[in-house]
Design a protein around this ligand. Sequence first.
Ligand SMILES: [Zn+2]
Length: 320
Amino acid sequence: MSAYAIGVDLGGSHLAVGLVDPLGKTLELKEVKIDNLAPPEITLEITAKTIQEVWKNRSEVCGVGMGLPGNHDHVRGICHFSPNFPSWHEVEVTPYLSRVLKLPVYMLNDVRVATLGEFHFGAGKKVKNLVMMAIGTGIGGGIIINGQLLIGAQEAAGEIGHMTIITNGPLCNCGNRGCLEALASGPAISSRGAEAILRGQSAKLRDKIKSLDELNAKVIADLAALGDDACKRILEEAGEAIGIGIASLAVTLNPELFIVGGGVAQTGKPLFAAIQAGLNKHVHIFPSSSVSIVPASLGVRAGLVGAAAYAFIQCGVAIP
Ligand SMILES: [Zn+2]
């Protein structure tokens, strides 16, 4: 009987591998530092070795699920590119791992597996339709409709950070202007803070940090909570941009739940209030109160248990 799956969360600096049961409980966990500039073969070799250490050839393991940042061909297990691993181009990830491990290995984008994690084991357990948004250095996402994760033709369903929110807005990493990511990601909020300092709009923010490198969404949120007007405005504008994005998704997909996670989401209430205000302002065809916006509940472990959930799904093991 296949009672376990192995979940793998491979990021640019960190690899986490866990033995997970169908209730989402991690029974064993190994974490390893990763050099994102190392050749892919080295990183995959470390990944295979770490999986073997966790697996220990237990016959009850049905397979391995893996989350990796970037755009992939999940059917062939090929990573087209990954922003976190600059030298990865058309890397055969699952063919290599399944050959070495002699286990089925499945992979998806990292935020898509985190979405599965929150859906099966976290904040989205009780619903069938949800959108997850992870706001950190970038903005990623995942969409579940009728209990199914949407993948899309280019495997880009859920790239909600690249919805255009305003025309001719700030330049995004993707090349477009006015993307949500360019308005509300951690770096976007920090650069608004730097502007406020340079324009003399917030002496408190200027005095709080020694150099602009120390600027982040949390510093700005802390000062906003203490009543600093410029910091409040920065957070409100980021929250409204997210609210506009959520409003567009709400009327397009009509999910009952939005889950907001990632480092920026941890700044807490003021941001969530601004997101809710943005949603209320822009949804008119049904009561915006019918849409819930909640924080993610699994934190950094969403990716690992979600990757395991993906393996269970692919292996045909029921998740209660
Ligand atoms: Zn973009």
